[in-house]
Design a protein around this ligand. Structure first.
Ligand SMILES: *Cc1c(COP(=O)(O)O)cnc(C)c1O
Length: 342
């Protein structure tokens, strides 16, 4: 594999900034963003807010931080948020809302399509009673594990939350994938959410950063939490320029990642030993016989393919995985399973 590049299917966080993105970073005009002086950060925040249909935006180093800022701004000590069992904010952010925000999560089962039943949302909202935490917020995630929440569901869930006096937050780490998949604008896919966190460092291809979007007053309060959490950055225009470039150039091309995921899933699905779930966007799951995992990991590495190999493995396509890479990956799996016996 010496002259061939690595194919990395572990995550869409592994993308490398392109030459054009690096040029935008090199040319960025910068200032001290804690003073509000960085013109590139300010432009990014305004641009993202307008693009997604919000009043204001806040740039932060990670999606974990933009989600936490949102939770801490929506909820105070002794408040509670409703969230899916499988949600990133609940399961994959170190319990930050509880640890740092004194906010109680109320996790609720996700359905196979990633949604949370409306009847469950309603049932878990606590009455006003001193025994209970105060239920303040519904947090959803779209896409969730690569699955798209349908617009009808989102409209019904957010309307229910608002009718019950809750605020709504979207962990939209991959919401651009959801928009592109459904042929919706970024504004349309946000309908119903008071605030949203969007990752620029996933499939959009920026090296670092997420934006939190919401009403002006909310973002002002969020800025205080960002500083406390250590997210007040100085000449951050260097990375904001990459984030801006990603939003301008890399949204519509997510369709290619979805197509590559579909082609890869079809190819792998033809191998008898594997069971593949059809992808909706750029993420899908593959069931691999347990005994095959260790030798498969080795065989793929020898072919220049990085993957998180396991009995239930996640495969992710992104802007550094081409159609040719998909073909090379299918060939590597075929060649391994041709000779493999349980
Ligand atoms: C990646 C991700 C985040 C934020 O992760 P960071 O690595 O902190 O940027 C949040 N939610 C979801 C669904 C994600 O996939």
């Amino acid at each position: 594999m010496s002259e061939q590049h690595w194919i990395d299917l572990r995550s869409d966080t592994v993308t490398q900034p392109s030459q054009a993105m690096r040029a935008a970073m090199a040319a960025a005009e910068v200032g001290d963003d804690v003073y509000g002086d960085d013109p590139t950060v300010n432009r990014l925040q305004d641009y993202a807010a307008d693009l997604f249909g919000y009043e204001a935006g806040l740039f932060a180093p990670s999606g974990t931080q933009t989600n936490l800022i949102a939770l801490m701004t929506h909820c105070g000590r002794g408040d509670e948020y409703l969230v899916g069992q499988e949600a990133h904010t609940y399961k994959y952010e170190g319990g930050g809302a509880a640890v740092l925000g004194s906010i109680q999560p109320q996790p609720i089962a996700n359905q196979p399509d990633g949604s949370i039943l409306l009847s469950d949302i309603e049932a878990y909202i606590k009455p006003d009673d001193m025994h209970f935490a105060r239920t303040r917020l519904l947090a959803l995630e779209n896409t969730i594990g690569g699955r798209v929440l349908g617009q009808d569901y989102v409209a019904a869930a957010t309307a229910l939350a608002h009718a019950k006096g809750l605020a709504t937050h979207l962990d939209g780490a991959r919401v651009c994938n959801a928009a592109v998949k459904q042929g919706l604008s970024l504004r349309e896919v946000m309908q119903g959410f008071d605030t949203v966190s969007v990752c620029l460092s996933k499939g959009l291809g920026a090296p670092v950063g997420s934006v939190l979007l919401g009403p002006k007053g909310f973002i002002e309060q969020g800025k205080r939490w960002r500083k406390m959490l250590g997210g007040g950055m100085r000449q951050a225009g260097v990375i904001a320029a990459a984030a801006h470039y990603a939003l301008e150039h890399n949204v519509q091309r997510l369709a290619q990642d979805h197509e590559n995921a579909a082609t890869l899933a079809r190819g792998l699905g033809e191998i008898d030993a594997l069971s593949v779930s059809a992808p909706q966007t750029n993420i899908f799951w593959l069931d691999v016989p347990a005994a095959a995992c260790a030798p498969l990991r080795k065989a793929l590495a020898e072919q220049g393919i990085r993957a998180t190999v396991g009995p239930r493995m996640r495969i992710v396509t992104h802007l550094d995985v081409s159609a040719a890479d998909v073909a090379r990956t299918v060939a590597a799996f075929q060649s391994f399973f041709k000779d493999w016996r349980a």
